[in-house]
Design a protein around this ligand. Sequence first.
Ligand code: 6PG
Length: 476
Amino acid sequence: ATAQIGVTGLAVMGRNLARNLARNGFAVAVHNRSPERTRSLVAEHGDEGRFVPAESLADFVAALERPRAVIVMVKAGGPTDAVIDELVPLLDAGDIIVDCGNAHFADTRRREEALRKQGLHVVGTGVSGGEEGALRGPSIMPGGSAESYRKLGPIFEKIAAQVDGVPCCRHIGPDGAGHFVKMVHNGIEYADMQLIAEAYDLLRAGLGAEPAEIADIFREWNSGELESFLIEITADVLAHGDATGRAFVDVVLDQAEQKGTGRWTVQSALDLGIPITGIAEATFARSLSGHAGQREAARRAFPAAGATWRVDDRETFVEDVRRALLASKIVAYAQGFDQIRAGSREYDWDIDLGGTATIWRGGCIIRARFLDRIRQAYDDQPDLPTLLVAPWFADTVRDGVPSWRRVVAEAARAGVPAPAFSSSLSYFDALRADRLPAALIQGLRDNFGAHTYRRVDRDGSFHTLWATADRREVEA
Ligand code: 6PG
Protein backbone atom coordinates (compact mmCIF):
# COMPACT_ATOMS: atom_id res chain seq x y z
CA ALA A 1 0.00 0.00 0.00
CA THR A 2 1.52 3.24 -1.14
CA ALA A 3 -1.21 5.83 -1.52
CA GLN A 4 -2.46 8.09 1.29
CA ILE A 5 -5.82 8.66 -0.33
CA GLY A 6 -7.71 7.48 -3.41
CA VAL A 7 -10.14 9.01 -5.87
CA THR A 8 -12.63 6.91 -7.80
CA GLY A 9 -14.65 8.65 -10.48
CA LEU A 10 -12.39 10.67 -12.75
CA ALA A 11 -14.76 12.97 -14.60
CA VAL A 12 -13.56 16.54 -14.46
CA MET A 13 -14.22 17.17 -10.74
CA GLY A 14 -12.63 13.89 -9.62
CA ARG A 15 -9.73 14.33 -11.97
CA ASN A 16 -9.02 17.83 -10.73
CA LEU A 17 -9.33 16.85 -7.07
CA ALA A 18 -6.85 14.01 -7.68
CA ARG A 19 -4.45 16.43 -9.39
CA ASN A 20 -4.82 18.90 -6.54
CA LEU A 21 -3.97 16.14 -4.04
CA ALA A 22 -0.97 15.04 -6.07
CA ARG A 23 0.27 18.60 -6.54
CA ASN A 24 0.15 19.04 -2.78
CA GLY A 25 2.44 16.09 -2.23
CA PHE A 26 -0.07 13.35 -1.42
CA ALA A 27 0.33 9.99 -3.12
CA VAL A 28 -3.07 9.44 -4.67
CA ALA A 29 -4.58 6.21 -6.00
CA VAL A 30 -6.81 6.86 -8.99
CA HIS A 31 -9.55 4.71 -10.47
CA ASN A 32 -12.36 5.08 -12.96
CA ARG A 33 -14.96 2.59 -14.15
CA SER A 34 -13.67 2.90 -17.69
CA PRO A 35 -9.87 2.77 -17.38
CA GLU A 36 -9.20 5.13 -20.32
CA ARG A 37 -9.79 8.08 -18.03
CA THR A 38 -7.32 6.75 -15.47
CA ARG A 39 -4.74 6.25 -18.20
CA SER A 40 -5.27 9.68 -19.72
CA LEU A 41 -5.01 11.36 -16.31
CA VAL A 42 -1.65 9.72 -15.68
CA ALA A 43 -0.47 10.28 -19.25
CA GLU A 44 -1.35 13.98 -19.20
CA HIS A 45 -0.61 14.92 -15.59
CA GLY A 46 1.55 12.12 -14.21
CA ASP A 47 4.39 14.57 -13.71
CA GLU A 48 2.39 16.70 -11.26
CA GLY A 49 2.89 14.30 -8.37
CA ARG A 50 2.52 10.69 -7.29
CA PHE A 51 -0.44 8.94 -8.89
CA VAL A 52 -1.03 5.24 -8.32
CA PRO A 53 -3.30 4.16 -11.16
CA ALA A 54 -5.52 1.12 -10.72
CA GLU A 55 -7.75 -0.51 -13.28
CA SER A 56 -9.84 -2.59 -10.87
CA LEU A 57 -11.51 -1.43 -7.70
CA ALA A 58 -9.72 -4.23 -5.81
CA ASP A 59 -6.29 -3.01 -6.96
CA PHE A 60 -7.33 0.55 -6.12
CA VAL A 61 -8.28 -0.39 -2.57
CA ALA A 62 -5.15 -2.51 -2.18
CA ALA A 63 -3.03 0.53 -3.05
CA LEU A 64 -4.30 2.52 -0.05
CA GLU A 65 -2.65 2.92 3.35
CA ARG A 66 -4.81 2.14 6.38
CA PRO A 67 -7.14 3.46 7.49
CA ARG A 68 -8.06 3.76 3.85
CA ALA A 69 -9.61 6.98 2.62
CA VAL A 70 -11.54 6.68 -0.63
CA ILE A 71 -12.98 9.75 -2.31
CA VAL A 72 -16.03 8.87 -4.39
CA MET A 73 -16.64 11.52 -7.01
CA VAL A 74 -19.56 10.24 -9.07
CA LYS A 75 -23.09 11.47 -9.74
CA ALA A 76 -25.31 11.85 -6.68
CA GLY A 77 -28.02 9.28 -6.07
CA GLY A 78 -27.98 5.82 -7.66
CA PRO A 79 -24.44 5.98 -9.10
CA THR A 80 -23.03 6.89 -5.66
CA ASP A 81 -24.90 4.00 -4.01
CA ALA A 82 -23.63 1.64 -6.71
CA VAL A 83 -19.98 2.59 -6.16
CA ILE A 84 -20.34 2.38 -2.38
CA ASP A 85 -21.93 -1.08 -2.69
CA GLU A 86 -18.96 -2.25 -4.72
CA LEU A 87 -16.44 -0.72 -2.35
CA VAL A 88 -17.80 -1.96 0.94
CA PRO A 89 -16.79 -5.64 0.64
CA LEU A 90 -13.24 -4.52 -0.16
CA LEU A 91 -12.87 -2.30 2.91
CA ASP A 92 -12.11 -2.96 6.58
CA ALA A 93 -13.33 -1.46 9.83
CA GLY A 94 -11.98 2.05 10.30
CA ASP A 95 -11.80 2.80 6.58
CA ILE A 96 -13.36 6.00 5.28
CA ILE A 97 -15.62 6.55 2.28
CA VAL A 98 -15.64 10.22 1.35
CA ASP A 99 -18.57 11.17 -0.86
CA CYS A 100 -17.58 14.44 -2.52
CA GLY A 101 -20.61 14.60 -4.84
CA ASN A 102 -23.62 16.87 -4.32
CA ALA A 103 -25.53 14.20 -2.38
CA HIS A 104 -28.74 14.97 -0.55
CA PHE A 105 -27.89 15.11 3.15
CA ALA A 106 -30.66 12.63 3.92
CA ASP A 107 -28.95 10.06 1.65
CA THR A 108 -25.69 10.75 3.43
CA ARG A 109 -27.35 10.20 6.80
CA ARG A 110 -28.78 6.91 5.57
CA ARG A 111 -25.44 5.71 4.19
CA GLU A 112 -23.52 6.82 7.23
CA GLU A 113 -25.87 5.03 9.59
CA ALA A 114 -25.88 1.81 7.57
CA LEU A 115 -22.10 1.61 7.25
CA ARG A 116 -21.31 2.79 10.77
CA LYS A 117 -22.69 -0.54 11.92
CA GLN A 118 -19.96 -2.22 9.85
CA GLY A 119 -17.30 -0.01 11.35
CA LEU A 120 -16.91 2.10 8.20
CA HIS A 121 -16.96 5.89 8.15
CA VAL A 122 -19.03 7.70 5.56
CA VAL A 123 -18.00 11.31 5.20
CA GLY A 124 -20.42 13.33 3.10
CA THR A 125 -18.29 16.22 1.92
CA GLY A 126 -19.44 19.38 0.21
CA VAL A 127 -16.93 20.61 -2.34
CA SER A 128 -17.51 23.97 -3.94
CA GLY A 129 -15.63 25.93 -6.51
CA GLY A 130 -16.36 24.12 -9.72
CA GLU A 131 -13.62 22.63 -11.85
CA GLU A 132 -11.09 25.36 -11.19
CA GLY A 133 -11.69 25.21 -7.47
CA ALA A 134 -11.24 21.45 -7.38
CA LEU A 135 -7.86 21.89 -9.04
CA ARG A 136 -6.54 25.02 -7.36
CA GLY A 137 -8.24 24.98 -3.98
CA PRO A 138 -11.93 24.49 -3.30
CA SER A 139 -13.96 25.19 -0.21
CA ILE A 140 -14.39 21.83 1.50
CA MET A 141 -17.23 20.98 3.89
CA PRO A 142 -16.73 17.51 5.39
CA GLY A 143 -19.32 15.91 7.63
CA GLY A 144 -18.91 12.49 9.24
CA SER A 145 -17.20 11.40 12.43
CA ALA A 146 -14.57 13.37 14.31
CA GLU A 147 -12.36 10.28 14.05
CA SER A 148 -12.46 10.35 10.26
CA TYR A 149 -11.54 14.03 10.28
CA ARG A 150 -8.31 13.22 12.10
CA LYS A 151 -7.15 11.46 8.95
CA LEU A 152 -8.87 13.70 6.39
CA GLY A 153 -8.39 17.09 8.02
CA PRO A 154 -4.67 17.52 7.36
CA ILE A 155 -5.13 16.43 3.74
CA PHE A 156 -8.20 18.52 2.98
CA GLU A 157 -6.94 21.59 4.79
CA LYS A 158 -3.83 21.47 2.64
CA ILE A 159 -5.64 21.21 -0.71
CA ALA A 160 -8.38 23.73 0.15
CA ALA A 161 -8.32 27.41 -0.74
CA GLN A 162 -6.53 29.53 1.88
CA VAL A 163 -7.66 32.97 3.02
CA ASP A 164 -5.39 34.96 5.34
CA GLY A 165 -3.54 31.73 6.03
CA VAL A 166 -6.75 29.97 7.13
CA PRO A 167 -7.85 26.93 5.12
CA CYS A 168 -11.34 26.97 3.63
CA CYS A 169 -12.09 23.60 5.19
CA ARG A 170 -13.25 22.54 8.61
CA HIS A 171 -15.13 19.65 10.12
CA ILE A 172 -18.75 20.76 9.86
CA GLY A 173 -20.33 18.12 12.10
CA PRO A 174 -21.43 14.49 12.12
CA ASP A 175 -23.10 12.40 9.40
CA GLY A 176 -24.92 14.62 6.86
CA ALA A 177 -23.82 18.01 8.24
CA GLY A 178 -21.31 18.63 5.45
CA HIS A 179 -23.74 17.92 2.66
CA PHE A 180 -26.44 19.94 4.40
CA VAL A 181 -24.18 22.97 4.60
CA LYS A 182 -23.16 22.53 0.96
CA MET A 183 -26.84 22.34 0.04
CA VAL A 184 -27.57 25.64 1.79
CA HIS A 185 -24.45 27.10 0.16
CA ASN A 186 -25.99 26.25 -3.19
CA GLY A 187 -29.33 27.74 -2.14
CA ILE A 188 -27.54 30.97 -1.29
CA GLU A 189 -25.74 30.68 -4.62
CA TYR A 190 -29.16 30.60 -6.33
CA ALA A 191 -30.30 33.69 -4.39
CA ASP A 192 -27.08 35.57 -5.10
CA MET A 193 -27.35 34.84 -8.81
CA GLN A 194 -31.04 35.79 -9.00
CA LEU A 195 -30.36 39.09 -7.23
CA ILE A 196 -27.50 39.83 -9.60
CA ALA A 197 -29.72 38.96 -12.55
CA GLU A 198 -32.48 41.27 -11.31
CA ALA A 199 -29.98 44.08 -10.78
CA TYR A 200 -28.73 43.64 -14.33
CA ASP A 201 -32.27 43.55 -15.72
CA LEU A 202 -33.28 46.71 -13.86
CA LEU A 203 -30.15 48.56 -14.97
CA ARG A 204 -30.69 47.49 -18.52
CA ALA A 205 -34.31 48.57 -18.60
CA GLY A 206 -33.98 51.68 -16.43
CA LEU A 207 -30.85 53.06 -18.07
CA GLY A 208 -31.45 51.67 -21.53
CA ALA A 209 -27.85 50.44 -21.26
CA GLU A 210 -26.11 47.74 -23.26
CA PRO A 211 -24.69 44.66 -21.47
CA ALA A 212 -21.12 45.88 -21.95
CA GLU A 213 -21.92 49.15 -20.14
CA ILE A 214 -23.56 47.23 -17.33
CA ALA A 215 -20.44 45.09 -17.14
CA ASP A 216 -18.54 48.26 -16.21
CA ILE A 217 -21.01 48.98 -13.42
CA PHE A 218 -20.53 45.49 -12.00
CA ARG A 219 -16.78 45.83 -12.32
CA GLU A 220 -16.96 48.97 -10.24
CA TRP A 221 -19.23 47.34 -7.67
CA ASN A 222 -16.67 44.62 -7.36
CA SER A 223 -14.27 47.06 -5.77
CA GLY A 224 -16.65 47.79 -2.89
CA GLU A 225 -18.74 45.91 -0.35
CA LEU A 226 -20.21 43.67 -3.06
CA GLU A 227 -16.79 42.33 -4.00
CA SER A 228 -17.29 38.67 -4.80
CA PHE A 229 -16.58 35.98 -7.33
CA LEU A 230 -20.12 36.09 -8.73
CA ILE A 231 -20.05 39.87 -9.25
CA GLU A 232 -16.65 39.52 -10.91
CA ILE A 233 -17.83 36.86 -13.37
CA THR A 234 -21.03 38.81 -14.00
CA ALA A 235 -18.90 41.62 -15.42
CA ASP A 236 -17.05 39.06 -17.48
CA VAL A 237 -20.17 37.39 -18.89
CA LEU A 238 -21.91 40.71 -19.62
CA ALA A 239 -18.86 42.06 -21.46
CA HIS A 240 -18.59 38.94 -23.58
CA GLY A 241 -19.54 39.28 -27.25
CA ASP A 242 -20.91 36.44 -29.33
CA ALA A 243 -19.47 35.42 -32.70
CA THR A 244 -22.66 36.83 -34.30
CA GLY A 245 -21.66 40.28 -33.08
CA ARG A 246 -24.41 40.43 -30.49
CA ALA A 247 -23.91 40.45 -26.74
CA PHE A 248 -23.45 36.90 -25.49
CA VAL A 249 -26.21 37.38 -22.91
CA ASP A 250 -28.62 38.23 -25.75
CA VAL A 251 -28.08 34.99 -27.64
CA VAL A 252 -28.48 32.66 -24.64
CA LEU A 253 -31.94 31.16 -24.20
CA ASP A 254 -33.51 32.83 -21.16
CA GLN A 255 -34.49 29.63 -19.34
CA ALA A 256 -32.40 28.91 -16.24
CA GLU A 257 -31.74 25.29 -15.45
CA GLN A 258 -30.96 23.60 -12.18
CA LYS A 259 -29.63 20.32 -10.99
CA GLY A 260 -31.65 20.32 -7.82
CA THR A 261 -29.68 21.59 -4.84
CA GLY A 262 -31.68 24.84 -4.70
CA ARG A 263 -34.90 22.86 -4.72
CA TRP A 264 -33.58 20.63 -1.91
CA THR A 265 -32.71 23.71 0.13
CA VAL A 266 -36.26 25.01 -0.18
CA GLN A 267 -37.79 21.60 0.58
CA SER A 268 -35.64 21.27 3.69
CA ALA A 269 -36.51 24.82 4.79
CA LEU A 270 -40.21 24.01 4.54
CA ASP A 271 -39.64 20.97 6.73
CA LEU A 272 -37.63 22.97 9.25
CA GLY A 273 -40.10 25.88 9.19
CA ILE A 274 -37.47 28.44 8.19
CA PRO A 275 -38.63 31.21 5.81
CA ILE A 276 -35.82 31.29 3.27
CA THR A 277 -37.87 33.50 0.97
CA GLY A 278 -34.92 34.79 -1.06
CA ILE A 279 -33.68 31.32 -1.94
CA ALA A 280 -37.23 30.14 -2.65
CA GLU A 281 -37.92 33.11 -4.95
CA ALA A 282 -34.68 32.44 -6.76
CA THR A 283 -35.54 28.79 -7.22
CA PHE A 284 -39.05 29.58 -8.44
CA ALA A 285 -37.73 32.29 -10.73
CA ARG A 286 -35.61 29.64 -12.46
CA SER A 287 -38.58 27.35 -12.81
CA LEU A 288 -40.81 30.17 -14.10
CA SER A 289 -38.23 30.99 -16.74
CA GLY A 290 -38.50 27.45 -18.03
CA HIS A 291 -42.26 27.57 -18.63
CA ALA A 292 -41.93 28.71 -22.21
CA GLY A 293 -45.52 27.93 -23.21
CA GLN A 294 -47.08 29.90 -20.38
CA ARG A 295 -44.66 32.77 -20.93
CA GLU A 296 -45.56 32.90 -24.61
CA ALA A 297 -49.29 32.91 -23.84
CA ALA A 298 -48.91 35.62 -21.21
CA ARG A 299 -46.66 37.71 -23.45
CA ARG A 300 -49.38 37.73 -26.10
CA ALA A 301 -52.16 38.52 -23.65
CA PHE A 302 -50.24 41.26 -21.81
CA PRO A 303 -47.66 42.94 -24.06
CA ALA A 304 -44.61 44.08 -22.06
CA ALA A 305 -44.73 47.30 -20.12
CA GLY A 306 -41.05 47.82 -19.33
CA ALA A 307 -39.88 48.79 -22.80
CA THR A 308 -40.50 52.53 -22.49
CA TRP A 309 -39.26 53.05 -18.94
CA ARG A 310 -36.19 55.25 -18.35
CA VAL A 311 -34.99 56.59 -15.03
CA ASP A 312 -34.40 60.34 -14.68
CA ASP A 313 -31.27 60.29 -12.60
CA ARG A 314 -28.92 57.58 -13.78
CA GLU A 315 -26.31 57.92 -11.10
CA THR A 316 -28.82 57.78 -8.27
CA PHE A 317 -30.51 54.79 -9.81
CA VAL A 318 -27.28 52.84 -10.18
CA GLU A 319 -26.46 53.52 -6.53
CA ASP A 320 -30.02 52.60 -5.50
CA VAL A 321 -29.74 49.28 -7.30
CA ARG A 322 -26.38 48.62 -5.66
CA ARG A 323 -27.79 49.25 -2.21
CA ALA A 324 -30.92 47.21 -2.93
CA LEU A 325 -28.73 44.37 -4.10
CA LEU A 326 -26.60 44.51 -0.97
CA ALA A 327 -29.61 44.67 1.37
CA SER A 328 -31.36 41.80 -0.44
CA LYS A 329 -28.16 39.79 -0.33
CA ILE A 330 -27.95 40.31 3.42
CA VAL A 331 -31.50 38.96 3.72
CA ALA A 332 -30.62 35.87 1.67
CA TYR A 333 -27.56 35.12 3.81
CA ALA A 334 -29.44 35.79 7.03
CA GLN A 335 -32.05 33.27 5.93
CA GLY A 336 -29.46 30.72 4.82
CA PHE A 337 -27.65 30.90 8.15
CA ASP A 338 -31.01 30.58 9.95
CA GLN A 339 -31.54 27.37 8.05
CA ILE A 340 -28.12 26.03 8.97
CA ARG A 341 -28.78 26.77 12.62
CA ALA A 342 -32.19 25.08 12.42
CA GLY A 343 -30.74 22.02 10.64
CA SER A 344 -27.96 21.83 13.19
CA ARG A 345 -30.50 21.79 16.03
CA GLU A 346 -32.84 19.36 14.32
CA TYR A 347 -30.13 16.82 13.54
CA ASP A 348 -27.89 17.52 16.52
CA TRP A 349 -24.89 18.62 14.53
CA ASP A 350 -23.53 21.49 16.61
CA ILE A 351 -22.49 23.48 13.53
CA ASP A 352 -20.38 26.57 14.13
CA LEU A 353 -22.00 29.32 12.06
CA GLY A 354 -19.02 31.67 12.13
CA GLY A 355 -16.77 28.76 11.18
CA THR A 356 -18.99 27.98 8.22
CA ALA A 357 -18.72 31.58 7.02
CA THR A 358 -14.95 31.32 7.43
CA ILE A 359 -14.62 28.44 4.98
CA TRP A 360 -16.80 30.17 2.38
CA ARG A 361 -14.44 33.14 2.20
CA GLY A 362 -12.43 31.42 -0.51
CA GLY A 363 -12.64 28.61 -3.01
CA CYS A 364 -16.41 28.42 -3.34
CA ILE A 365 -18.86 29.98 -5.77
CA ILE A 366 -20.28 32.43 -3.21
CA ARG A 367 -16.85 33.56 -1.97
CA ALA A 368 -17.02 37.20 -1.07
CA ARG A 369 -15.53 39.90 1.09
CA PHE A 370 -18.86 40.01 2.91
CA LEU A 371 -18.33 36.54 4.42
CA ASP A 372 -15.66 37.88 6.71
CA ARG A 373 -18.31 40.13 8.22
CA ILE A 374 -20.61 37.16 8.74
CA ARG A 375 -17.83 35.29 10.50
CA GLN A 376 -17.19 38.35 12.65
CA ALA A 377 -20.89 38.73 13.47
CA TYR A 378 -21.23 35.14 14.72
CA ASP A 379 -17.87 35.26 16.50
CA ASP A 380 -19.00 38.38 18.36
CA GLN A 381 -22.41 36.98 19.18
CA PRO A 382 -22.87 33.24 18.66
CA ASP A 383 -26.56 33.41 19.65
CA LEU A 384 -27.36 36.19 17.19
CA PRO A 385 -31.14 35.97 16.54
CA THR A 386 -30.67 36.97 12.91
CA LEU A 387 -27.72 38.25 10.94
CA LEU A 388 -29.86 41.29 10.07
CA VAL A 389 -29.37 42.74 13.54
CA ALA A 390 -25.59 42.33 13.77
CA PRO A 391 -24.14 45.88 13.84
CA TRP A 392 -22.59 46.14 10.37
CA PHE A 393 -25.52 44.37 8.71
CA ALA A 394 -28.11 46.44 10.57
CA ASP A 395 -26.34 49.69 9.60
CA THR A 396 -26.03 48.62 5.98
CA VAL A 397 -29.66 47.60 5.71
CA ARG A 398 -30.82 50.77 7.47
CA ASP A 399 -28.77 52.91 5.06
CA GLY A 400 -30.08 50.91 2.12
CA VAL A 401 -33.79 50.95 2.92
CA PRO A 402 -34.75 54.14 1.01
CA SER A 403 -32.89 52.88 -2.08
CA TRP A 404 -34.39 49.44 -1.69
CA ARG A 405 -37.91 50.87 -1.59
CA ARG A 406 -37.30 53.14 -4.59
CA VAL A 407 -35.94 50.28 -6.66
CA VAL A 408 -38.77 47.88 -5.79
CA ALA A 409 -41.38 50.60 -6.38
CA GLU A 410 -39.86 51.63 -9.71
CA ALA A 411 -39.66 48.02 -10.81
CA ALA A 412 -43.32 47.48 -9.93
CA ARG A 413 -44.36 50.67 -11.72
CA ALA A 414 -42.36 49.81 -14.82
CA GLY A 415 -43.45 46.19 -14.88
CA VAL A 416 -39.93 44.80 -14.59
CA PRO A 417 -39.98 41.60 -12.53
CA ALA A 418 -37.85 41.79 -9.39
CA PRO A 419 -39.13 38.86 -7.32
CA ALA A 420 -36.08 38.43 -5.11
CA PHE A 421 -35.56 42.17 -4.51
CA SER A 422 -39.20 42.68 -3.58
CA SER A 423 -39.67 39.55 -1.51
CA SER A 424 -36.48 40.34 0.44
CA LEU A 425 -37.82 43.80 1.21
CA SER A 426 -41.14 42.28 2.33
CA TYR A 427 -39.28 39.83 4.55
CA PHE A 428 -37.44 42.72 6.17
CA ASP A 429 -40.65 44.70 6.66
CA ALA A 430 -42.47 41.69 8.07
CA LEU A 431 -39.66 40.79 10.44
CA ARG A 432 -39.52 44.23 11.97
CA ALA A 433 -43.29 44.94 11.98
CA ASP A 434 -44.93 45.71 15.35
CA ARG A 435 -47.94 43.59 14.53
CA LEU A 436 -48.52 41.16 11.70
CA PRO A 437 -51.85 40.24 10.14
CA ALA A 438 -51.09 36.72 11.31
CA ALA A 439 -53.56 37.57 14.08
CA LEU A 440 -56.35 37.73 11.51
CA ILE A 441 -55.28 34.41 10.05
CA GLN A 442 -55.56 32.88 13.51
CA GLY A 443 -59.05 34.39 13.83
CA LEU A 444 -60.12 32.92 10.50
CA ARG A 445 -58.75 29.51 11.41
CA ASP A 446 -60.63 29.60 14.65
CA ASN A 447 -63.82 30.77 12.92
CA PHE A 448 -64.01 28.08 10.27
CA GLY A 449 -62.23 25.24 11.98
CA ALA A 450 -62.08 25.86 15.73
CA HIS A 451 -58.30 25.75 15.42
CA THR A 452 -57.88 27.96 18.53
CA TYR A 453 -55.64 30.96 19.12
CA ARG A 454 -53.45 32.44 21.83
CA ARG A 455 -53.96 35.93 23.26
CA VAL A 456 -51.59 38.81 23.80
CA ASP A 457 -52.81 39.38 27.37
CA ARG A 458 -53.22 35.90 28.89
CA ASP A 459 -51.58 32.49 28.66
CA GLY A 460 -53.44 29.49 27.27
CA SER A 461 -55.33 28.49 24.13
CA PHE A 462 -58.72 29.92 23.33
CA HIS A 463 -61.66 29.34 21.04
CA THR A 464 -64.55 31.66 20.31
CA LEU A 465 -67.96 30.00 19.96
CA TRP A 466 -68.59 31.74 16.62
CA ALA A 467 -71.95 30.05 16.01
CA THR A 468 -73.47 31.16 19.30
CA ALA A 469 -75.35 34.43 19.67
CA ASP A 470 -73.05 35.84 22.33
CA ARG A 471 -69.83 34.57 20.71
CA ARG A 472 -68.47 33.56 24.03
CA GLU A 473 -64.78 32.76 24.36
CA VAL A 474 -63.83 29.50 25.99
CA GLU A 475 -60.51 28.10 27.08
CA ALA A 476 -59.56 25.34 24.66
C1 6PG B 1 -20.29 24.76 -6.43
C2 6PG B 1 -21.52 24.73 -7.26
C3 6PG B 1 -21.69 23.40 -7.93
C4 6PG B 1 -22.61 23.48 -9.12
C5 6PG B 1 -24.05 23.63 -8.75
C6 6PG B 1 -24.84 24.15 -9.91
O1 6PG B 1 -20.45 25.09 -5.28
O2 6PG B 1 -19.21 24.50 -6.95
O3 6PG B 1 -22.63 24.97 -6.44
O4 6PG B 1 -22.05 22.47 -6.96
O5 6PG B 1 -22.21 24.50 -9.93
O6 6PG B 1 -24.51 22.36 -8.40
O7 6PG B 1 -26.14 23.94 -9.61
P1 6PG B 1 -27.32 24.13 -10.63
O8 6PG B 1 -27.01 23.31 -11.86
O9 6PG B 1 -28.49 23.61 -9.87
O10 6PG B 1 -27.37 25.58 -10.94
